[in-house]
Design a protein around this ligand. Structure first.
Ligand code: FNR
Length: 346
């Protein structure tokens, strides 16, 4: 018999798939247009697709499997398949929050399977931003993790009947960044970040920020479908889209490394996120959907396709590596242009 927390993890998995189609009605990266370069003056073989996020944290590819699951039998199976594919494709992978593994040690194999399947790969642990230093160290140790993600999920918690109601996180984040000896990435879970949030994180010493914006998985909708107690569908459009959040982060690029996630569904999205300033891109819901709906072979093929297309798109833009994308000109259209103007971001 699995615990309540394990049951919640399974509900997240099934609802993330069920709500994904609807969430995906808007594709916010369409409002970012790139300028074609008819004279690339380079070859696809010139592309170096590696990205350096921090000392000791180099990814072979600019996209990775973003934090999703752990804590139940179904999560074990999903993590095993994801980690196998991550290892095969030399992709980094983050696990879902290890808080359940710390509370219920019996669930640990659902996380450690990731390290077993990807013994030499980059594995990123995940916890809430209120985690104590001891818990953070335990989570890193359990996975022999290369980095730790701390998630900011106030909107999600407030939608959950059993969720937290107190969000004093900044001092703890500063303490963890100071004390831990692996890189710490502070991430949202799909509601994005503002310039002031990013500035506050930087002032607290955070060097790696994943703005994780709206446009893909939507935890307001997932939790709303789980509880039915109060109608929270009006939060369906809450938060910054991923392109908006990347624009919010643009002026901070020299002081922190910016990572994107939220609604990334194609190699072109990865490239556009790079143009807007992301140094790496996490993908959760889109890959989970392929795996659950179409199976592991389909996800394997999708990863192969992305790894073929990303170097070609970099070549088309005349970029020898992912960081050079930041020099690529772009045009914003529609709501995104209006947002950028009103927020004085361009
Ligand atoms: C998530 N996400 C997430 N994030 C996190 O920091 N800790 C977690 O435990 C989870 N759990 C989780 C479960 C499931 C089923 C999904 C789909 C997602 C959020 C995820 O890492 C990411 O920030 C958002 O999903 C936005 O990216 P996508 O899904 O739009 O690519």
């Amino acid at each position: 018999m699995e615990s309540q927390q394990a049951h919640r993890k399974d509900e997240h998995l099934s609802l993330a798939t069920a709500t994904y189609q609807r969430a995906h009605a808007h594709h916010y990266f369409d409002q970012v247009r790139l300028i074609h370069n008819a004279l690339p003056e380079m070859a696809v073989k010139d592309v170096d697709h590696r990205v350096q996020l921090a000392a000791g944290l180099q990814l072979e590819w600019p996209f990775y499997l973003e934090a999703m699951t752990g804590g139940s039998n179904q999560a074990t199976k999903i993590n095993r398949t994801l980690a196998r594919l991550a290892s095969k494709h030399h992709l980094a992978m983050a696990t879902g929050s290890l808080s359940v593994a710390l509370k219920e040690p019996a669930t640990r194999p659902s996380f450690t399977v990731v390290r077993e399947e990807s013994p030499a790969g980059i594995v990123i642990a995940n916890l809430g931003a209120d985690a104590s230093l001891d818990k953070a160290r335990d989570a890193i140790r359990i996975l022999n993790a290369d980095a730790l993600e701390l998630h900011l999920n106030a909107a999600q918690e407030l939608v959950m009947p059993e969720g937290d109601r107190d969000f004093h996180w900044l001092a703890n984040i500063a303490h963890l960044v100071d004390e831990l000896d692996v890189p710490v990435i502070v991430k949202e879970v799909g509601f994005g970040m503002s310039r002031s949030t990013i500035n506050q994180l930087q002032a607290a010493g955070v060097k790696l920020i994943n703005v994780s914006g709206r446009g893909g998985t939507n935890f307001a909708m997932i939790e709303d479908r789980r509880n039915h107690q109060i109608d929270l569908t009006d939060l369906a459009d809450w938060g910054q889209t991923t392109p908006e959040a990347l624009l919010e982060a643009r002026k901070s690029r020299s002081r922190a490394t910016i990572v994107a996630s939220g609604g990334i569904t194609s190699p072109l999205d990865v490239i556009k996120a790079g143009v807007l300033g992301a140094q790496a891109v996490g993908v959760a819901g889109y890959f989970l959907n392929i795996l659950i709906r179409d199976g592991a072979a389909a996800l394997d093929q999708a990863l192969t396709d992305w790894q073929t297309e990303i170097p070609r798109l970099l070549t088309l833009l005349g970029c020898r590596n992912f960081t050079e994308l930041q020099q690529t000109p772009f045009v914003l259209t529609g709501d995104l242009y209006s947002y950028a103007q009103q927020r004085h971001l361009i």
